[in-house]
Write a protein that binds this ligand. Structure first.
Ligand code: AMP
Length: 142
């Protein structure tokens, strides 16, 4: 299964914010869209990723005053991305190694989608169910 297969099923939409977006505003964007991270875009260029964890971390360290700062202050600027032709196993490895749950998809330098850990788990579950089906068919000769 490739990244492009998941994007074909779920679409290419990615929720984004500009670097100067306030952290309080980003928290609202995450809540309203029921997502865990937002990509920070400088025009068409990927500038960083902001996760709910980044907000929790700065809130715990600095208190509510931090909410008036821009997302660029607390985002992760060095973003690990994948390509549509990579496998979901590759993406799972990236998430495990980097300890994050979101990997943006870039195609020819342009944002093409987002793979979350939820997408990866769904795929792995379907794959495991298919394996069980095939094993049962093999054993019963059906
Ligand atoms: P997450 O588990 O995705 O909510 O993010 C955990 C931490 O990793 C946060 O500090 C994020 O900013 C950062 N992060 C999330 N996704 C990525 C990514 N694809 N590349 C680099 N850092 C990331």
């Amino acid at each position: 299964m490739l990244v492009s297969d998941i994007l074909n099923a779920k679409g290419n939409d990615v929720v984004t914010a500009a670097p100067h977006t306030l952290i309080s505003e980003a928290a609202k964007i995450l809540a309203e869209n029921r997502i865990g991270s937002v990509l920070v875009m400088n025009g068409a260029q990927l500038a960083g990723i902001l996760s709910e964890r980044d907000i929790v971390r700065v809130l715990a360290a600095e208190g509510a005053a931090c909410l008036d700062g821009p997302v660029s202050r607390i985002m992760t600027a060095k973003v690990v991305t994948c390509r549509p032709d990579q496998t979901i196993s590759d993406v799972m490895q990236m998430m495990t190694n980097g300890r994050f749950r979101h990997v943006p998809v870039m195609a020819e330098g342009k944002l093409a989608g987002m793979i979350s850990i939820g997408d990866v788990v769904k795929w792995r579950l379907e794959e495991a169910q298919e394996e069980v089906r095939q094993m049962a068919a093999y054993v019963t000769g059906a």
